[in-house]
Design a protein. Structure first.
Length: 337
């Protein structure tokens, strides 16, 4: 609309100006021709400028789409590794490798907080050995700032950024921009992920959001590993408690069995001292009862699980022990299903 309005004004006023300036028909014809070529040239330049602007916008969109596709590929591969890998160290190394292979980054590393000593410890790295990075941290370090602030730290132009300990190493690898994102576990920073890109201004809003999502998945993975570790420790503690319980039950059984045998021996010795048949019979009955109790206790101890007992075996031992003394003629019959 603006172009059409300007063109109409040009035609209207230029024609009037040409008629005023032209002294004869030949001059009018030359001026009309020159005016036409001038209009065509201006229109061509305007169209060229518009096409150049649209081309730049298209290239910018294409580059951003390429950046997003690379980060989506990293996110997908990281999620697959989280499902497969159960070891923390191997998972970190695999994530760094994925960042270089699928994301096209020049350097990727994961650092952990060094505790009371301060600074960061490189837990895994790809693109450079951990020893080359040294101990990141200190003034200007984006990873350290991400840990301190608990949020994303971006550097759009590494060459113009504040100096920090490993900046020259990153630049030597061809890094021109970077992002550092903390991975949180229960609201506290567990590790920090740093990705260094070969392009300047790589990490815009959407790219930084995807990097945050990668760090979020790392945090979920670490939390799941921690839960699994606590679960395994609880299971091991329970197994240890059961082993102690089993040892205690065996010891109790051994002592009870010895005590019952001692009681039987004492009753037998006591019976030998009495001459009265009634007294001897009473002691013999007590001895049989203790012997039956000993057999029943032995059945219980052999069951292995005092909460589940085979009643058929238990009742057979109990009745047979009582019948041997009270029913020698076999008048009592035990019928178990």
């Amino acid at each position: 609309m603006i172009y059409a309005a300007l063109a109409a004004l040009w035609i209207l006023f230029s024609d009037a100006a040409v008629r005023l300036l032209a002294q004869d028909a030949a001059a009018l014809s030359r001026m009309q021709t020159s005016k036409g070529w001038f209009f065509v040239a201006c229109t061509a330049l305007l169209l060229a400028a518009l096409l150049a602007r649209e081309y730049r916008v298209l290239l910018a969109h294409q580059r951003q789409l390429e950046h997003l596709n690379r980060l989506y590929a990293v996110l997908s591969q990281v999620n697959q590794s989280i499902v497969r890998e159960e070891d923390r160290g191997r998972l970190f190394q695999e994530i760094c490798r994925i960042a270089l292979e699928f994301g096209g980054f020049r350097l990727a590393w994961i650092g952990g907080v060094a505790g009371v000593e301060g600074g960061l410890t490189v837990l895994a790295a790809a693109g450079a050995a951990p020893a080359v990075l040294g101990r990141p941290g200190g003034p200007g370090c984006p990873a350290g700032q991400a840990v301190e602030q608990g949020g994303v730290r971006l550097i759009h132009d590494l060459a113009a950024a504040e100096a920090f300990s490993w900046r020259e190493t990153a630049q030597a690898l061809g890094c021109r921009s970077l992002v550092s994102v903390p991975a949180l576990v229960r609201g506290r920073t567990a590790v920090v992920l740093t990705l260094c890109a070969p392009e300047r201004d790589f990490f815009q809003e959407r790219e930084a959001a995807l990097a945050e999502e990668v760090a979020l998945d790392i945090g979920f993975a670490l939390e799941a590993m921690e839960r699994r570790r606590l679960h395994e420790e609880a299971e091991e503690a329970l197994r240890g408690s059961l082993r102690q319980k089993d040892l205690l039950l065996r010891e109790v059984h051994h002592r009870v069995k010895n005590n019952l045998q001692l009681v039987q021996s004492l009753l037998r010795l006591q019976a030998d001292r009495y001459e009265s048949p009634a007294d001897r019979r009473m002691l013999e009955e007590s001895q049989v009862r203790v012997q039956t109790l000993s057999r029943v206790h032995d059945v219980l101890s052999r069951s292995g699980d005092v909460t589940r007992i085979c009643m058929r075996t238990y009742l057979r031992e109990l009745v047979q022990g009582l019948a041997r003394h009270h029913d020698p003629a076999g008048r009592v019959r035990l019928d178990l299903p």
